[in-house]
Design a protein around this ligand. Structure first.
Ligand code: ZN
Ligand code: ZN
Ligand code: FE
Length: 758
């Protein structure tokens, strides 16, 4: 038969997922010779053989790729045939390749899973089993290129059997850098909080038994420690809450498999796909009523955060326990995630009864990612483990390397290079030295891995953000401040390759405006390098500043004063635990304007109205009332409230005082909170939609970009998409969070565009 040649270029997630060994095997079995190599954008194969052999080869490649690979695009063309005897894997060489060589951490694959539950397998019950399709990557890498010597596995010498697998191109463990087995690899130990080793045959059995008896265990995972306990036992979950000083914020729950997840939540197909993906994020889903989950896991939250086991250790533990387990980040509130044994033993000792430790060091922390399905597709609430350090492809490409410092809350940084933006791991709220140190270390690590020297440093306009201070302390001369909401909208533009101008709806809690006031209900006409503020929500006075965010009853009082000129007597007693004197004091602050800055944040309307209607005075964590308020809304009520868009001011003012008055009438008339909540959401959708339409009348029809923390709310996001889609091209963040965790991407692209014009 005649030998022909073909060059096949495969784009997508095809590096670090066992793609090249899999191609090798495929070629070997199909009688195809040639070579495969990585390049910056994916994998390039030169294949030689008979026409039917090449056809079969290409078909399998497209139709049945390895589990963790995601093929975005395959192209081929004919090349001159070469007469070769073998198929070879070329090693990575160029610095372009090295850049992309470290993949994210991947959940245990089905083949490894079968091995750890097979009593005849040499890896039976071995908690560090992995292969080229699965296992730790980013969290164990100490340098580039990604190679065993540049991981924390370097101290373990492979036994003969493991080495054979590692060297055999036909083996699933060919060049699986963390390859290990019970003979040669890392080991587990169960210790008490005082560090005494617990004598037991199998530390996993020991830990499972302790959890069954109500213990709290600090478990070292892939990207850090979790605190784990039985999720079905009120007393234990409560104890963990008190120890973690986390009164009401929902805990994530881990289950063994999809079947166990279905027992706890009512899942859609998209949620099932997310739960079982190799990324294994936490998925926020609708809890199934009357499940055996303790009410204390997510007290009065309308959603439950679920994830499936994603390491062999988790699978073995959950099989032994056979009930759902709380898996919350191993830290005291506001501190960084613990990920080193000694540090965890110190910092978590007051909370954990036992520690399930191992000796495979975690080089860099990486928190669980959090997702929610909105408008039929995933929205990331936290982009971290499983995603990082995978780049987000963006357009236009960066002309020079950019480092964006990110925001304050839910901080991530972002590095821009070519057509790739690399968002860093979730850092947390940059409000203390420990988190700041973790932030600096993570930034410098990823910069080193990518082998770049940033030329442009992007930061928020807020002078007091620790991220801003870090940016300003960097040695690079070119620093560019980016307005918070402009960055939100630019993140959508970058993701969806929108050239601009776009009409942006940036709704969030707050961000520093160009006038120094707190913005957050903004309609912008945005280009990448500049923006115009078209409209904004009428500001609310926040009595006591941040205290009003923790105590939304203060916002409610300000809303009532703005709408009525006074707090109607019938409403004074609505907020549990708030005295008449306190209301008088807040009234005084709002009226005088001292210690009561005006803020435009859309989030404050959610907080304030929820406090008023639900009669709840306080918020135990950011967004608590907004989440509850969203949860009670009855979607069947399509009514809405009156409002005004005042076009006489610049920017236009979206004035919701008439809505506040109508809501008070509905409360007085005894209308159920579920219907008021629905009408409130409908009103916010309608007001934003009308503002967008007015902007379009003035500036022409443009694509619409939705961003900001409020778009984690499906009623707002889905409502606005449905309302605007007939006329506009509407886009939402899909690859970075709409909240402040996504802001660094926007900062990076804005700063790049500004620098280009300089
Ligand atoms: Zn595997
Ligand atoms: Zn071994
Ligand atoms: Fe924001």
């Amino acid at each position: 038969m005649i030998t022909i040649g073909r060059r096949i270029e495969v784009r997508g997630i095809v590096q670090g997922v066992g793609f090249r060994p899999w191609i090798y095997k495929l070629a070997h079995e199909g009688g195809v010779t040639g070579r495969v190599r990585n390049d910056a954008g994916g994998v390039i194969i030169d294949a030689f053989g008979s026409e039917p052999a090449l056809e079969g080869f290409a078909r399998t490649l497209i139709e049945a790729p390895p589990p963790a690979a995601e093929i975005a695009d395959v192209r081929w063309r004919d090349i001159p045939p070469e007469l070769l005897d073998t198929f070879t894997i070329a090693s990575s060489a160029s610095s372009e390749e090295l850049r992309v060589s470290i993949p994210p951490d991947l959940a245990t694959c089905s083949e490894c899973l079968a091995e750890i539950f097979d009593p005849a397998d040499r890896r039976y019950r071995y908690p560090f089993t992995n292969c080229t399709h699965c296992g730790p990557r980013f969290t164990i890498a100490t340098g580039v290129p990604y190679d065993r010597a540049a991981t924390t596995m370097t101290r373990f010498t492979m036994c003969e059997a493991c080495q054979r697998e590692y060297d055999d191109p036909l083996n699933r463990r060919f060049h699986a850098q963390p390859n290990a087995c019970p003979v040669c690899g890392p080991q587990l130990t169960l210790v008490t909080r005082h560090g005494r080793v617990v004598e037991c045959e199998d530390p996993i059995d020991g830990a499972a038994a302790a959890i069954g008896q109500g213990a709290i265990i600090a478990i070292k995972g892939l990207g850090g420690f979790h605190l784990a306990c039985a999720a079905t036992d009120d007393a234990t979950v409560n104890r963990l809450r008190q120890l973690k000083r986390r009164d009401e914020k929902p805990f994530a729950v881990m289950v063994a498999d999809l079947r166990a997840a279905e027992r706890l939540a009512i899942l859609t197909d998209e949620e099932r796909a997310l739960l079982t993906s190799a990324i294994r994020p936490i998925v926020l889903a609708r809890p199934r009523p009357h499940s055996w989950l303790s009410q204390m896991v997510a007290p009065d939250a309308p959603l439950v955060g679920l994830m499936l086991a994603y390491t062999p250790l988790h699978h073995l533990l959950l099989r032994d326990i056979s009930e759902p387990v709380v898996m919350t980040s191993g830290n005291v509130s506001d501190e960084p995630l613990a990920y080193r044994n000694d540090d965890a033993m110190t910092r978590l000792a007051s909370m954990a009864d036992y520690f399930l430790l191992h000796d495979r060091d975690i080089e860099a922390f990486c928190d669980d990612s959090v997702t929610r399905v909105i408008a039929g597709a995933p929205v990331l609430l936290r982009r971290s483990r499983g995603y990082v350090p995978r780049p987000v492809r963006i357009l236009p490409p960066f002309a020079q390397p950019v480092l964006a410092a990110g925001a304050l809350l839910k901080n991530t940084f972002c590095i821009g290079l070519g057509d790739c933006a690399y968002p860093g791991p979730h850092i947390g709220d940059l409000e203390n030295v420990a988190v700041y140190d973790a932030y600096v270390a993570a930034t410098e690590r990823l910069t080193r891995f990518l082998r770049i020297e940033p030329r442009v440093i992007a930061h928020d306009l807020h002078p007091d953000y620790l991220s801003t201070r870090y940016a300003l302390s960097r040695p690079e001369p070119l620093k560019i401040g980016v307005q918070h909401h402009h960055a939100h909208i630019a993140s959508v533009m970058a993701e969806h390759a929108l050239k601009g101008p776009v009409i942006g709806v940036a709704y969030d809690g707050s961000g520093y405006g160009t006038d120094g006031s707190a913005w957050g209900g903004e309609i912008l006409l945005a280009h990448l390098d500049r923006f115009e503020r078209i409209a904004t929500l009428r500001p609310i006075r926040l009595a006591g500043g941040d205290a009003a965010i923790r105590e939304p009853w203060r916002v409610a009082v300000a809303l009532l004063l703005d709408a009525f000129g006074e707090v109607p007597a019938s409403l004074g007693a609505r907020f549990g635990g708030v005295t008449r004197q306190q209301i008088a004091a807040v009234t005084q602050l709002v009226e005088s304007g001292s210690h009561a800055p005006a803020a435009h944040g859309a989030g404050r309307y959610f907080d304030g109205i929820a406090a008023l209607v639900l009669g709840r005075a306080r918020s135990a964590f950011e967004g608590q009332l907004a989440l509850a308020w969203n949860g009670v809304a009855d979607p069947r009520d399509t009514g809405g409230y009156p409002f005004v868009i005042d076009h006489s001011s610049k920017p236009w003012s979206i004035d919701l005082r008439l809505m506040v008055i109508a809501i008070v009438e509905d409360i007085t008339a005894g209308l159920h909170a579920s219907r008021i909540a629905a009408r409130f959401h409908n009103t916010l959708v309608e007001a934003a939609a009308l503002a967008v339409e007015s902007a379009a009348s003035a500036h022409g029809d443009r694509p619409v970009a939705l961003s900001g923390g409020c778009f984690q709310n499906p009623l707002l996001a889905e409502g606005l998409i449905a309302r605007l889609s007939p006329r506009f091209d509407v886009h939402l963040n899909r690859r970075v969070p709409p909240g402040d965790g996504g802001i660094a991407l926007g900062q990076a692209v804005v700063a790049a565009a500004v620098a280009k014009g300089m």
